[in-house]
Structures are given as C-alpha cells and as structure tokens.
Design a protein around this ligand. Structure first.
Ligand code: C2E
Ligand code: MG
Ligand code: MG
Ligand code: MG
Length: 275
C-alpha cells in the first residue's frame, strides 16, 4: 500500500506495491484490449447428471489469453475488472460470446454463466439480457445465471423482483459457491432459486473430513426441502462421486468428468454425439 510522508509532498511505494500496481495496470490494459477487439475466449466445463452420467450442461469460464499465449485465470482478472468497473462491459461481452455459442449446441444442453455482483446489480441488467436473448432468438431455458450470495443479500426485495423477472422469462438461477457466504437461511427460502452449487471446499473434504461430509449432506437435504436442485463443484474422484450420488445430489462437475475446455474441443465432443 502507498505510504504518505508527513509532509505529503511525496508518496513512496514499496517495491512490492510498485509491482502490484504495474500488474493491475497491465491487467486493466488486457481487459480493455479484449473488450475493444471483441476477442473473448470462454472455456466450458461439463455439468453432469449424477444419476446417469449424462451431460446436463456446460459452465462457461473466462480465460484471458495474452499475445504470447499465456493464460490469465479469472481469479486474477475478474477482481481487477470489478474494481475498475470494466466488469460491466466485459460481462456483457462474455454473455454475448456464450449466447452465440449456445446456438451451436444441441437444444437440451444448458449453458451456465457466472455473473459478477457488480454486473447483476447494475440498473437495467435484467431488461438488457432479456432483450439480448429475444434479439438472438435463443430459448431462454438454455441459460443458467450463476450469482453469489453477496450479489443478493442486500436490498433483498429488489433482488427478488429482479430474479423473478428473469425466471418468468425462462432463465434459471444458480447460487454459486453456496456455503461460503453469509446468506441467512430465512432469506434464502424467499428467493426463487433453481440450483445451489455446493462449493468445492466442501466437496474436496468428502472422504477426509466428517464435518465437510455433514455440510454437504445438509445442503442437499435443505435444497430438497426448499425445492431447489444441487450441483456439486470440483468432483475429482470416484469416492466423492459415490458419496454425492448416494446422498442424492442432482448434478456435478469437476476434473473427474472433464476440465474446462476450449470452444472447439467442446464442439468436437458434440460432434462425436457424446453430449
Ligand atoms: P466458480 O464459478 O466457482 O467456478 C468453478 C472453478 O472451479 C473454476 O475455476 C473451475 O475451473 C474450477 N474447477 C472445476 N472443477 C475443478 C476440480 O475438479 N478441481 C479444482 N481444483 N477446480 C475445479 P476458474 O475457471 O479458475 O474460475 C474461478 C472463478 O472465477 C469462478 O469460480 C468464478 O467465480 C469466476 N469466474 C470465472 N469465469 C467467470 C466469468 O465469466 N464471469 C465472472 N464474473 N466470473 C467468472
Ligand atoms: Mg460458477
Ligand atoms: Mg462455484
Ligand atoms: Mg467455487
């Protein structure tokens, strides 16, 4: 962080914060670039129906590929996009890219898109998205929006109205990273949410940590009682899969089934009719 001298004439930066600042500037430049050139690259990870291992949908995951082929991951770039406000435009381009891709996929495959709280809470987000889908003549039932607890836990009645509008149009809603935020269960039941995504941090404890297993079980049975479906994140092995299946988790994704892959790799899968 910047340290101010008593005289306030100069600001001194430590070497670390200098590096950090130049990195942020670098990332900002890359985000502007990708928006301007309209060169969004999304990766897609299969979401599998656990009872029969069939593909239910794909989660779109943003990757930024630099001119020398280096891949910058979302956890590095999304926070910068959020802090600079660039996420609104970036998120729009991401949605455009995913909606375009949805036209190339079989009708029954759902596409799930992560929406930043900043983007979700922007006035007009819902109306613009609905218009965008209508203009492209896409079936809204193909789309799932993944939002986080932090996006909806303030101005609750406003958020409920917005979610209802999207749902009336046919779009489904998933609550991402469930269990890591601060949602009040009392509020949760008021939201017309379709899916709870069980965070990877609990799934990775299956077979190792009894309390993680208990949390997973609790989320699944709570979701059932609230008429919501569950999607487990980060399934990496057979043991986790068996546990989740046994407990009645509806869907899952993870390296066990498939890593996020490029647009073209996913289309090859579709060609082989394995979707
Ligand atoms: P998320 O939405 O919870 O996505 C799941 C993350 O888990 C992805 O990381 C995915 O690659 C990773 N993952 C999937 N299966 C496994 C597994 O078996 N093991 C492990 N260790 N990891 C697995 P990724 O792609 O790095 O994305 C990180 C986060 O960045 C996402 O978490 C999401 O919050 C955010 N993000 C990604 N794409 C977008 C986007 O297009 N827009 C916005 N606003 N946020 C995005
Ligand atoms: Mg997600
Ligand atoms: Mg998640
Ligand atoms: Mg997560």
């Amino acid at each position: 962080k910047a340290k101010k001298t008593i005289g306030k004439k100069f600001e001194f930066f430590s070497e670390d914060s200098y590096k950090e600042i130049s990195k942020i500037l670098f990332l900002k430049g890359k985000i502007r670039d990708v928006i301007q050139k309209n060169s969004i690259k999304m990766f897609y990870q299969p979401i599998v129906q656990l009872q029969n291992n069939s593909i239910f949908g794909l989660e779109s995951l943003f990757r930024l590929i630099t001119s020398n082929g280096k891949i910058i991951m979302p956890q590095e770039i999304i926070p910068v996009a959020e802090e600079t406000g660039l996420i609104v435009e970036l998120g729009q381009k991401i949605l455009d890219s995913v909606l375009d891709f949805s036209k190339k996929l079989p009708e029954k495959i759902k596409l799930s898109v992560n929406i930043s709280p900043v983007q979700f809470n922007k006035t007009g987000f819902d109306d613009e998205l609905i218009k965008n889908i209508k203009d492209r003549d896409i079936n809204p039932e193909k789309l799932i929006l993944e939002i986080t607890e932090s996006a909806i836990m303030s101005n609750i009645s406003d958020k409920i109205r917005r979610i209802k509008k999207l749902k009336d149009f046919g779009i489904q809603i998933a609550l991402d990273d469930f269990g890591t935020g601060y949602s009040s269960l009392n509020y949760l039941k008021r939201f017309p949410i379709d899916y709870l995504k069980i965070d990877i941090s609990f799934v990775s404890g299956i077979g190792k940590d009894k309390s993680d297993e208990m949390i997973v079980k609790t989320i699944i049975s709570m979701a059932k009682n609230l008429n919501m479906m569950t999607i487990a994140e980060g399934i990496e092995n057979e043991q986790q899969l068996r546990f989740l299946r046994y407990e009645g988790c509806d869907f899952g994704q993870g390296y066990y089934f498939g890593k996020p892959a490029s647009h073209n790799e996913i289309l090859k899968l579709t060609d082989k009719n394995s979707l």
